[in-house]
Design a protein around this ligand. Structure first.
Ligand SMILES: C[S@@+](CC[C@H](N)C(=O)[O-])C[C@H]1O[C@@H](n2cnc3c(N)ncnc32)[C@H](O)[C@@H]1O
Length: 386
């Protein structure tokens, strides 16, 4: 009886527009990994939908359903798989506990006085709307669109990234194209991939195809399910390695925090595909560090690990910038976000130019630097060798 009441109160809150969110817990079903189910209301092109985030031990899966479908699934899950439910509405909170000795429904004062803003409530054109569905689904924002304390750095990064991306796009010839393709290599949990898609497609209303590529199948599955649940058309996530990715038609190539030489693989893919814009924020710089043989005059400086580390970073990203220039790109290397927000904060941006490049001069610069530090190989240089 109490379970039916819990479901009917959910249906009522959806009808009255007082529904805030719901959590199902105490899972006793057959999936050893599933822990919780978080349910929110989202607005999509098909209208209001119930967004289900299935929280597993090591991953999340997202799905969305019509309100009727969602209520039906809820009635099937409660008492069979999940044995507790917490419904938050703006008028009351309902807590359901299903135990061996009976079913109890506690009704209490509401935790939330106002219902969360839905994604479509956007009033003004802002680069990133904290009420965006994907930010909630990825756990950056709360149901009310507040940035979670622990996600403040990520939020700053996402905003800075979109600001940079939008600026580069506005100054490029892509502005004239009807549609264009973005590939995000090493897309991870997809924060920046979703943000790029949202910025071009939803905020700027452009025709864009975005593909995220990552070796981690769990992250690809999570991102795909959020993209599907949010009905983000032309946003795909694919499992695969950057080096093996078969991309030829790419206008903007993104590689943010791809590990070590994965950044070189991504830069190489961008250059080979003649991408108009290449944006990379390198991660660890492991390749060069063990190769450095400090020149005599730097011996007592580079004996300190931190100095060697920073030198390896400077040389690696400096060589990458020179190689991009040699490949026909105007390059800017700058601080992405301040070091207090992330230690991985170099950003290398290349914009394709038509001007002929003095490759011999660049080559001799590269060779002098390598000889000076005793460096034998650099991945991007090797990849670019004919
Ligand atoms: C530190 S995360 C960065 C994620 C995202 N780009 C960001 O900045 O938020 C690095 C991601 O790159 C992926 N990755 C590392 N090497 C890769 C490779 N060779 N090919 C594809 N993905 C790779 C990892 O699985 C991980 O998800």
């Amino acid at each position: 009886m109490s379970t039916e009441k819990f479901i009917s109160e959910t249906a009522k809150s959806l009808r009255d527009e007082t529904f805030v969110k719901m959590t199902l817990g105490n899972y006793k079903g057959s999936d050893g990994q599933l822990q919780k189910l978080l349910i929110r209301l989202v607005e999509t092109r098909k209208g209001a939908r119930l967004f289900f985030l299935y929280r597993y031990q090591t991953r999340d899966i997202a799905k969305n359903y019509s309100l009727d479908e969602g209520l039906h699934i809820l009635s099937e899950l409660l008492g069979k798989d999940f044995h507790s439910g917490h419904l938050f509405t703006t008028t009351k909170d309902f807590q359901l506990a299903i135990g061996k000795r009976g079913v109890h429904l506690n009704v209490g004062k509401p935790t939330f006085a106002v219902k969360p803003k839905l994604e479509h409530d956007r009033e003004k054109k802002i680069l990133i709307d904290p009420n965006s569905f994907y930010l909630k689904a990825l756990g950056i924002t709360t149901d009310h669109g507040a940035i979670r304390d622990k996600q403040q750095d990520k939020w700053k990064q996402i905003n800075k990234f979109v600001e940079i991306l939008g600026g580069l796009f506005d100054q490029s010839s892509l502005k004239e194209k009807h549609d264009f393709n973005i590939v995000d290599m090493g897309s991870g949990k997809g924060y920046l991939t979703f943000a790029a898609y949202d910025y071009f497609k939803n905020v700027s209303g452009m025709d864009v195809n975005v593909t995220g590529i990552d070796t981690n199948p769990n992250l690809v599955e999570l991102c795909s399910s959020i993209a599907k649940a949010g009905e983000f058309e032309n946003l795909l996530f694919m499992e695969g390695s950057i080096g093996d990715a078969d991309i030829t038609d790419v206008d903007i190539l993104i590689a943010l925090h791809a590990c070590d030489t994965a950044t070189d693989d991504a830069l190489f893919k961008g250059i080979s595909a003649d991408a108009e814009i290449i944006i990379a924020a390198p991660c660890c710089h492991k390749e060069i560090r063990p190769q450095i043989k400090p020149p005599k005059m730097f011996k007592d400086i580079l004996k300190h690990g931190i100095m060697l580390e920073r030198t390896a970073e400077t040389i690696t990203d400096g060589l990458r910038a020179l190689l991009l220039e040699r490949s026909g790109y105007a390059v800017k290397l700058f601080e992405f976000v301040a070091t207090e927000h992330t230690p991985k904060n170099n950003m290398i941006v290349g914009t394709r130019i038509e001007k002929a490049v003095a490759s011999e001069k660049v080559n001799s610069q590269i060779q002098s630097i390598k000889e000076f530090y005793g460096i034998k190989k650099q991945r991007l240089e090797n990849l670019l060798q004919p």
